[in-house]
Ligand binder design. Sequence first.
Ligand SMILES: Nc1nc2c(ncn2[C@@H]2O[C@H](COP(=O)(O)OP(=O)(O)OP(=O)(O)O)[C@@H](O)[C@H]2O)c(=O)[nH]1
Ligand SMILES: [Mg+2]
Length: 359
Amino acid sequence: MKIGLIGLPGSGKSTLLRLLTRGQAGGPGKARIGAAPVPDSRVDQLSAIFQPRRTVYAQLECTELPGLTPAKHAPGGGNQAARELAEALRPLEAIVQVVRAFEAPHVPHPLGSVDPLRDAQLLWEEFLLMDWSLVETRLERLAEARKKGLRHDEEVRLFERMRPHLEAGRPVRSMDFSPGERALLKPYSFLTAKPVAIAVNVDDDQLRAGTYAGREELSAWASEQEAPLVEVAALIEAEIEELPPEERAEFLEDIGLAEPGIARLARSAYEALDLISFFTVGSDEVRAWTVRRGATAREAAGVIHSDIERGFIRAEVACFDDVVREGSLTALKEKGLLRIEGKDYLIQDGEIVHFRFNV
Ligand SMILES: Nc1nc2c(ncn2[C@@H]2O[C@H](COP(=O)(O)OP(=O)(O)OP(=O)(O)O)[C@@H](O)[C@H]2O)c(=O)[nH]1
Ligand SMILES: [Mg+2]
């Protein structure tokens, strides 16, 4: 899964990337893209049972996008920057808005003051504006084509329906499309069609206090937008992550963190994207895989390998709790807890799956 980190300059995107990728990316001179292993205690439990040679967590591919200066505040409107940004966002499946709440007087804020709700709304308006300009440009082109006798009535109707929706501040994602319209939209990549989560970057004082100025307003607004909101203390958490493992727990406890930010952020991204995990287990490897909720057994097989999808025979499926309680697949089989499912079975979150296939 590919996710993009987007926010105002200095909101903490690089710091968050450094945290998510465990220092592999983010920060001065480092790449702006990196893989973030998704912590999952279920993987750890399965690994403890099966003692595999290899344990593989699900991964998020994270990209830091250039600091966004809202058009309203940028001299000359920032159109070129907006186009480049839209291009960079195209391949991403979900967007994480990074919003600054941390105070740090030595880090200047591009708008002169710290105001998380204002920043989140500015970014959101920017996304709507980018989509609106895409619709406008497209309608202008279609009008010109019409003068030359080329008619694209269905497309014109679609974009004319989208325009007021965007003008009313509503995302493309909240519109209903017919299958025909979906096909027409395929070549376009609308920003507000993508799921969004909001990461509020707090400092250690705010983390300890469990709040920051504007928290209530921001969370009310986020729920109105149906965007999950996560609080992360990117800098302090990245610093703790870089300590020797035996010292980490103490520091995490000291700042009152039961669960690291990456785990919470990953959960929000999964929630926003409606993703679930299933697991494969064995002495060789215990591994987490990611699929959309509603994926069939055959589609899930395709996530592992296209050969398994093509040669799919059946799936042997077990519940996570049963596996943990019984401690082996043989025990499950004896108790009849290993179900045989066909290609159209809908995989459920947390299931342990073994695919039978021939090639
Ligand atoms: N105190 C404090 N400082 C932070 C925190 N997160 C980031 N910073 C500082 O804020 C500055 C900017 O952070 P970056 O992570 O580089 O921000 P960015 O969003 O990547 O910035 P651009 O790439 O320039 O748009 C750095 O000096 C960070 O050390 C935080 O949680 N607390
Ligand atoms: Mg940066």
